[in-house]
Design a protein around this ligand. Structure first.
Ligand SMILES: *Cc1c(COP(=O)(O)O)cnc(C)c1O
Length: 223
């Protein structure tokens, strides 16, 4: 897809997002040129699934943009990840958090993180179960070089996005429940959920951060 089409796709989506909803462009498998076109059209946050991809792209992009880690983060990649990313959306274990803490302490950096919820309770998926998240967040609240700023979920993939609604709702209820606990050093500020086919439903269920790839970077059938 060329720069002109990406520009119009970005503008179309930005126009339809309610005020207060942040668009994260999911950049996996996209070229530097494509991502640059998206940024010029108004994208302010770009998500990567792999540390390696981010390490290749980030030095080539001069435009100011916030880099989000949206893929599963392995502990042996944390050192590089904390240098590259502005936020990790996929924190899902205490061990991973301790490694981020250690690496960020050495750099004098505080890393914003979202806790990933496995809202569909899928064995194949990463993330913590909704009933386990509060205990993990209490543990994270003691680490001074990371800062919990909200929750993220993928949810099961469905052809019909309405089928994803209960999983988004469950995640939002978890988000509200945690906000009401007022855990020190923890903010419930970002609720990251919804992708190209499901972001409208996710926003209806309370998402204020959506991660969109296909709709920004791939030609629509009606064009
Ligand atoms: C690819 C990806 C997205 C975007 O999915 P699309 O269907 O291409 O919009 C969002 N979140 C994560 C974690 C992804 O890997």
């Amino acid at each position: 897809m060329d720069g002109v089409s990406i520009t119009s796709a970005v503008k179309r989506i930005l126009e339809t997002l309610p005020v207060g909803v942040t668009l994260v462009a999911a950049a996996k498998l996209r070229s530097v040129e494509a991502v640059r076109a998206a940024i010029r059209a108004g994208v302010t946050c770009v998500g990567h699934n792999y540390v390696q991809d981010a390490a290749q792209m980030i030095p080539l992009i001069e435009e100011p943009v916030r880099w989000h880690m949206i893929g599963h983060l392995q502990r042996n990649k944390v050192k590089r990840a904390v240098q590259l990313f502005d936020i990790v959306e996929t924190l899902d274990s205490r061990r991973l958090a301790q490694e981020i803490e250690r690496r960020c302490a050495a750099m004098g950096k505080v890393m914003p993180v979202l806790v990933e919820i496995n809202s569909g309770r899928e064995a194949s998926k990463t993330g913590v179960l909704p009933e386990e998240v509060e205990q993990l967040v209490w543990q994270l609240s003691e680490l001074s070089h990371l800062r919990v700023q909200g929750l993220m979920t993928m949810g099961p993939r469905f052809g019909n996005p309405e089928d994803a609604r209960p999983y988004f709702r469950l995640t939002r209820e978890t988000f509200e429940r945690l906000a009401a606990v007022h855990i020190p050093n923890v903010e419930m500020r970002y609720l990251s959920m919804g992708m190209s086919n499901s972001y409208r439903v996710a926003i209806e269920e309370g998402a204020n951060m959506v991660r969109i790839g296909t709709m920004l970077f791939e030609e629509r059938a009606d064009e």
